[in-house]
Structure formats: C-alpha cells, structure tokens
Write a protein that binds this ligand. Structure first.
Ligand code: F6P
Length: 358
C-alpha cells in the first residue's frame, strides 16, 4: 500500500517555499512516500473537488528551487474557522476541511507556515485527529523555538541591498533617507538589515524612541561632516504619540503602513534636512531565495519527511545552534518571538554608534 503525505503552503508567501517542497518531495521519494500538493493553502481543500495534485520528484529539479513564490499558491485570508463565504457570511468550515483531508487518504499532512497558519492547522489536527508536521517560514522571523524561519534571510538581503542603493543617492543630495520594512510586530528585519546596511538609526517596535533623539543623532552625523543619513524603520513602529499606522482596505482589512512617511515629515522638521521615504513592501517576499534560505529550506524539508516516516507528529522542524531539530508545535506558537532589547545584535548596533532613538 502506498504511503501518502500531503503538503501545503499557508499564509503570506516568501522566498524559499519551492526549495522546501523540493526537499520534501525528494526525501519522500527516497523513503517510499507519495506526495500530494494542496493548492491555495487550506482554502484549496474547501473547493469541490479539492485542489490537489501529485508532486513528482522529476518536476522538482534545481530550477524550481531557485524560483520565488510558491508553485502551489497560498492564502493568508481564508481561515477555515471563520471562512468568508461568497454571500458575505462567515462560516466555520473546519469540519468540511477535515473531511476533505480524510478523503485524500493521506497518512500525514505537512504545512509550511508561520504562527497564524500553525495555530489554525494545529487546531484542525487536534479536532480531526490529523497527523501534522510544520515547517517554519516567515520573513518576520517571529516564530519561537527556531533561530531562523525560511524567507527571513532573503528579506534581509533585499532590505540590505535597498540600503546600499539608497546610500549613494542620499549622499548625492545631502538627504536623510528613511527605509520602511516589513516584519509585523517584530523588528528582526529592520535590526538585521540596519546593522548589515550601516544605517544611523534603527527604529523597531520593541524599543521606544523620540523624534528628538533621532534628530540628535542625525545632527551629530552632520556635525561630524557627513552630508547624509540612513534610517530604517519597521512597519509596526508606533508614531511618537503612540498610534499605530495602518492602511484600511476594502472590507475593513487592515495592514501596517505609513510610519515611514509620518516620521519623514517629523524628522525633516526636527533636523531641517531634506528627507525622503522608501517603502520596500512585498519586494522583500519575492525573488530567488538566498543561499542561506535554500540551505535552511533543504534541511527543514528533509527533516519534516523523516519525522513523518518515524510517525512523530505535532512537531515543528526548527533551526537551532547551527543544525536541524524538532520541537512541539505548540511551543513555537505560544508567543510572538520579538527582538529582545538585550540581544547581542542590539548590543552590536549600539557599539557601532547606531541609535535606536531611545
Ligand atoms: O507576515 C508576513 C508579512 O509580509 C508581514 O511582514 C506583513 O505585515 C504582511 O505579511 C503583509 O501581508 P499581505 O501580504 O496580506 O499584504
């Protein structure tokens, strides 16, 4: 009897998802498992018939590993417990979804997701008695129990390159350049890219700041004879008055956005410097994965199949102390892993003279 695993990508995409699938499909093939790919995340299971196809190792050559996005598609807005129906109603479709999974005749489900997706999938697994293993991905790097999630390294590389490109134009025009990056409630992208990209000011949600302190730093840079300054700000940083900056979309959906522009005006006023703002947005999620993300994706994908093969479920594969391990999935989603103000990277940044505006 053939043993079957189904795999899906869930939540926001990032670079490295196809590299994870390549590793899963190849390891599964070696161990005698068939792999079904579920399209469009958990939402694909609620279509009639469910959107599923067999993933063959011949399809998963090195070309796919290099591709950004997810060949299976994904969604971050169709929670099966609060499913948006076409008539505008919200319905709990978790039982339909569990029935669809059971109808596939699979032995295990592997989900590539972040904290939101794992919360949903663990709940479904408990409710339906499903054998579930999680693989962490998120550019925000905010899942607990893993040093890195797939996609973070590429997002940081993109943000660092953006700073490399902003620096010469800032210097040409005597400007303060502000780069707004993603990361939701965690400042990992801003902190890491800020140090790698040699900025003067890093603003993250975890460290309160004042515009006066930012201006002090920028004026000090100018007094030392440099004609430009670079600032990186994480999207969830609140205004100096303590308000969230959000964009409201059709239907009331909200996303972080606008703190860069808000601060641009205030920094220009406080320093008298010409200030410009760049919002990096989804550029951080697209494109080919970095070599670190390819390695991480490969190691985590292989380990996830080995867990399935050993019958060990309710686990998340993780990267700790330079190697692959596995942890209880509930430990990974208990809380959002934000930046510790005492972390060694914050210390390094301060030692380099970078200001956090505090
Ligand atoms: O969680 C990943 C992330 O890219 C966040 O950094 C960002 O706030 C959010 O998703 C954007 O979501 P969407 O793709 O729905 O615009």
């Amino acid at each position: 009897m053939s043993k079957k695993i189904a795999i899906l990508t869930s939540g926001g995409d990032c670079a490295g998802l196809n590299a994870v699938m390549r590793a899963v499909v190849h390891r599964a093939d070696h161990l005698g498992w068939e792999v079904l790919g579920i399209e469009n995340g958990t939402a694909g299971l609620l279509d009639d018939p469910p959107r599923v196809r067999t993933l063959k190792s011949a399809e998963f050559n090195g070309t796919i590993m290099r591709q950004g996005g997810t060949i299976l598609g994904t969604t971050n807005s169709k929670n099966p417990f609060k499913y948006p129906m076409e008539d505008g109603q919200i319905k709990d479709r978790s039982d339909d979804l569990i029935a669809a999974v059971k109808g596939l005749g699979i032995d295990a489900l592997i989900g590539i997701g972040g904290d939101g997706s794992f919360g949903i999938m663990s709940r479904l697994a408990a409710q339906g008695g499903l054998n579930f293993v999680g693989i962490p991905k998120t550019i925000d790097n905010d899942l607990a129990m893993t040093d890195f999630s797939v996609g973070f390294d590429t997002a940081v590389a993109v943000a660092t390159e953006a700073l490399d490109r902003l620096q010469p134009t800032a210097a040409s025009h005597d400007r303060v350049m502000i780069l707004e990056v993603m990361g939701r409630d965690a400042g990992h992208i801003a902190l890491t890219a800020g140090v790698a990209g040699g900025v003067d000011v890093i603003l993250i949600p975890e460290i309160p700041y004042s515009v006066d302190n930012i201006a002090k730093k920028i004026n000090g840079v100018k007094a030392d004879g440099r004609n430009f300054a670079l600032v990186i700000v994480s999207e969830a940083v609140k205004t100096p008055e303590g308000d969230k900056r959000e964009v409201v979309y059709h239907g009331g959906e909200t996303r972080y956005g606008g703190i860069g522009e808000h601060l641009g005006v205030q920094i220009a006023q406080a320093t008298g410097s010409e200030t410009r703002v760049t919002v990096l947005g989804h550029v951080q999620r697209g494109g080919s994965p970095s070599y670190n993300d390819r390695l991480l994706a490969s190691g985590l994908g292989v380990k996830a199949v080995e867990l399935v093969n050993e019958g060990r479920f309710g686990r998340m594969v993780a990267w700790q102390n330079n190697g692959v391990v596995d942890v209880p999935i509930e430990d990974a989603i208990k809380e959002c892993r934000t930046v510790s103000p005492d972390s060694s990277l914050v210390h390094t940044a301060r030692a380099l003279g970078i200001s956090f505006g505090d």
